[in-house]
Design a protein. Structure first.
Ligand code: ATP
Ligand code: MG
Length: 350
């Protein structure tokens, strides 16, 4: 039972406990007292009534204090101690409570918060490690070539030229990595204050599909689309950001294709209170174990393949962040068309 119901009930009980028997007791005293006894012991009667009421009030107060101590003060003290001891490096066992009231909810929220904190910390470490790895690889190559140029005095002009070009290519790659990273962090900051507008799901779907149909045909690729959205199904979105999500998904489909006849499938439907959007392809796809990792920052499936394609592993992380800022969710699955499928949903406006 919620505290907002428990506490008023408790006070009602206290009221009934004091007032009801109190009135009954006084009434009995008055009816059983003879005029003579009342004349002789009026103060005794008062004393008895006052004593009874004081005793009852005291008893109820003690019960109330014990009850409040165990139901409110103690759990809050425990939470306070835990808050003091929050440590992002060393997770402590989660606070357990079988209570279904506000305190139980508070404990659950605290556990969720601690969990998110640890995940964010792990992601941060992973992000730094991945960034260091991505920067280290081209830097090692540059270092190797510079050393060669400095040590080998008998290199031909042609060899020197080749090395300079490779160094230039690697420095450009580093610059690209840094640019991608800074635009990702810029997006994250922008997301903090985005403006949302109501948009018809059907209209958004059809506009995007029409645009990418033309774009993909430029690469000789095909887009197959269908939806079951109807009129007046609105979603609250920042169009620019949602377009960026579609942009990332379509660019991935084109980038990770292993054949000439790439086909992308875009579909949309409403389920429950959400509008669902799916982008699937018949390309390379990913392994089972990689599916849940795709949305982590800097995650790329195959490093050697990425170097060729130039991806940094931030596209899907950015999609996740944008969709979650819209109150939606995103996941990846094996498409029945053979490649990767990405599904995201956005809440419909009521
Ligand atoms: N449609 C797809 N088919 C196969 N693999 C994919 C597909 N989309 C993404 N992936 C895999 O998921 C990884 C993460 O994708 P993500 O878009 O986050 O990063 P990226 O494309 O490598 O780089 P960025 O988008 O930052 O330029 C990719 O490196 C790729 O290995
Ligand atoms: Mg990408």
């Amino acid at each position: 039972m919620k505290l907002k119901i428990k506490l008023p009930l408790l006070f009602l009980l206290v009221f009934v406990l004091i007032i009801f028997p109190g009135t009954l007791f006084i009434k009995t005293l008055i009816t059983t007292a003879t005029p003579k006894s009342l004349r002789i012991f009026p103060s005794l009667l008062h004393f008895e009534v006052i004593f009874y009421l004081l005793f009852l009030t005291g008893l109820v107060f003690v019960i109330l204090a014990i009850y409040l101590h165990f139901t409110i003060t103690k759990p809050l003290q425990l939470l306070n101690t835990r808050l003091n001891g929050v440590n992002i490096r060393r997770p402590i066992s989660s606070l357990s409570s079988r209570r279904k009231d506000e305190i139980g909810e508070l404990y659950n929220h605290f556990n969720d918060m601690e969990d998110r904190l640890h995940r964010a910390h792990k992601e941060q470490i992973g992000m730094i490690a991945a960034m260091a790895h991505d920067l280290k690889t081209p830097l090692t190559t540059i270092n190797g070539f510079v050393e060669l140029l400095a040590m080998q005095k008998n290199l031909s002009e042609r060899e020197k030229q080749e090395f300079y070009e490779l160094i230039l290519k690697k420095t450009k790659h580093i610059a690209e990595l840094i640019n991608a990273f800074s635009s990702f962090t810029k997006d994250e900051l922008e997301l903090e204050a985005i403006n949302m507008k109501s948009y018809e799901a059907r209209k958004l779907f059809e506009n995007i599909a029409a645009e990418y149909e033309i774009e993909l045909s430029g690469f000789n690729f095909e887009l197959d689309w269908n939806h079951t959205f109807t009129a007046n199904q609105h979603i609250l979105i920042n169009e620019h950001m949602i377009r960026r999500v579609f942009g990332n998904l379509f660019s991935n489909a084109v980038r990770y294709v292993d054949k000439r006849d790439l086909k992308v499938y875009m579909s949309g439907y409403v389920q429950g209170n959400n509008a669902y959007f799916l982008v699937e392809d018949n390309g390379l796809g990913v392994l089972d174990k990689e599916l849940p990792l795709l949305f982590l920052k800097f995650f790329t499936v195959d490093k050697s393949r990425q170097n060729k394609s130039g991806g940094m592993g931030l596209g899907l992380a950015s999609c996740k962040s944008i969709i979650e800022h819209h109150g939606g969710g995103i996941d990846a699955f094996h498409s029945s068309y053979g490649g990767l499928g990405i599904r995201f949903y956005l809440p419909l406006m009521k």
